[in-house]
Design a protein around this ligand. Structure first.
Ligand code: BES
Ligand code: ZN
Length: 456
């Protein structure tokens, strides 16, 4: 096996260069102006697969293209479907970046760029591992399929549709995803749970134009006042979401799982210090990790209204709006949350203001059974690359399509995060440690072998 290790070492610099090339493409899915970049990123991936001799295809959708690829058949070997996303989050606030988001820059052993860890760098590990097998051994030990999308950060609508209509094409024995984090640097994790999400935009409108707040204040309802009242009424001081039936379907944590979570080597002070705050917040009665992984939450993601310029302007704004979302836990259904939310807003919205609620996207949370030989295979592969067994964790974030994979493909989904909590995903100065990139590639190399061994 030394040979593959030697190959990885010899090619390490080129792998980094290729990642940089990929990161220079500003594939921001939320922004229609970046449509051409989405096409370029998809084409870049298709070219990577073509170089490996894989059949690959860029599949147009109503929004951003999907990339599908398939290795030449290895008869009798299991089939693994690798999922990843080439889209990235918007980069604002731009002035906070120490180096431009689409000019990948090395500092202190890290590669800084938007998408470095989420998800271009992590995804690429599973392509480079295939390359290593092919170049050194001339063949792969498993059949590999790849489905890479450009809408993960905006709800995965096109992939979910594709999955429904092309389940046969994506059929596999297990799904592998690296789009998350280790539990701590050097402490690898296998993730068995993700939260879901229900994301909305609320638009309020009142008078037919902005008004003088002296002439009209106290007589005409102010949409900004109405907005903050509605938004703040959705959660109480104890961190409980105030929607009818919101907690009805929540699967409670079992005493056993609470014990296991409590046993993880988690440093709460470091977690808080890393983001520059002194105290944690959230629902009473649960530990920080429980709140982060296994309890539903409500967060305002953006809000706007009225005068935002220099100095004071006495204005009663005509409109106000907000984007906000609930993180959901397994068994909560986004559609039920939407219905409850509409009912609640109708009750809370004062007369004189009209409201419109846009349902931007939703996906349920997932729990993945750990009692599968594939999980064991992944644990062995990770141990070989990281030098220690993984811990089992949940994550607070969402990967919308994971629930659908589970449902439609009916096979285990392995969530193997190579990143770190301080990688600044969705924040300025996103990074991926080059050490994590290379050991992610090694873990992926051994993963194909460990999975192949399951059947022989
Ligand atoms: N990589 C993240 C998901 C993630 C976050 C996994 C934290 C583990 C820990 C993914 O790219 C992401 O950000 N997903 C979105 C999905 C949403 C837009 C539907 C998220 O969680 O906000
Ligand atoms: Zn993300």
């Amino acid at each position: 096996m030394l040979q593959i290790d030697q190959y990885l070492q010899a090619q390490a610099a080129r792998f980094e260069e290729e990642l940089c090339e990929f990161l220079r493409i500003a594939s921001i899915s939320a922004d229609p102006q970046h449509r051409p970049d989405m096409e370029r990123a998809a084409a870049w991936l298709a070219e990577q697969f073509a170089r490996l001799g894989f059949a690959s295809e860029v599949i147009p959708t109503e929004r951003h293209p999907l990339v599908f690829a398939q290795s030449p058949e290895v008869p009798g070997a299991p089939t693994v479907l690798v999922y990843g996303h080439y889209d990235v989050q918007p980069v604002e606030p731009l002035q906070m970046w120490l180096s431009p988001p689409f000019e990948p820059t090395r500092r202190d052993g890290n590669l800084y760029a938007r998408g470095a860890t989420d998800d271009k760098g992590q995804m690429l590990t599973h392509i480079k591992s295939a390359e290593a097998w092919l170049r050194v051994r001339g063949r792969l030990p498993v059949n590999l399929k790849y489905i890479i999308e450009g809408e993960e950060e905006v709800g995965s609508v096109s992939l979910e549709q594709y999955l429904e209509s092309h389940a046969d094409r994506l059929a596999c024995d297990c799904v592998v995803i690296s789009d998350g984090a280790q539990f701590a640097p050097g402490v690898p994790a296998i993730t068995y749970g993700l939260r879901g999400i229900a994301y909305y935009e609320l638009r309020l409108s009142g008078p037919n134009r902005d008004l003088h707040s002296g002439s009209f204040g106290g007589t005409v309802t102010n949409p900004a006042n109405a907005l903050v009242r509605i938004l703040s009424a959705l959660v109480d001081e104890r961190g409980r979401v105030q929607l009818p039936g919101f907690y009805d379907d929540v699967i409670p944590l079992t005493p056993r799982e609470r014990r296991q979570i409590a046993e993880l080597p988690f440093d709460e002070q470091q977690y808080l210090a890393q983001v520059g705050v002194e105290n944690s917040t959230g629902e009473e009665g649960y530990s920080l990790l429980e709140r982060r992984w296994a309890r539903p939450t409500y967060d305002i993601n953006g809000l706007w209204s009225g005068y935002q310029g220099e100095g004071a302007k006495t204005v009663l704004p005509a409109t106000a709006g907000a984007k906000f979302s609930f993180r959901l836990v397994p068994n909560q259904q986004p559609a039920k949350i939407t219905a409850a939310l509409k009912q609640r807003i109708a009750e809370l919205c004062p007369p004189g203001v009209r409201w419109e609620l846009l349902d931007l996207h939703g996906s349920p949370g997932v729990l993945i059974p750990l009692d599968s030989p594939y999980v064991e295979a992944a644990a062995r592969a990770i141990e070989r690359a990281f030098g220690r067994r993984p811990v089992y964790t949940r994550e607070g974030g969402s990967i919308p399509v994971v629930g659908k994979f589970h449902q439609v493909l009916r096979c285990p989904v392995l969530l193997l995060g190579w990143g770190r909590d301080d990688d600044n995903t969705h924040s300025p100065n996103e990074k991926f440690s080059l050490e994590d990139f290379h050991r992610g590639i090694r873990a992926s190399v051994w993963l194909w072998e460990e999975i192949a061994c399951l059947q022989s």
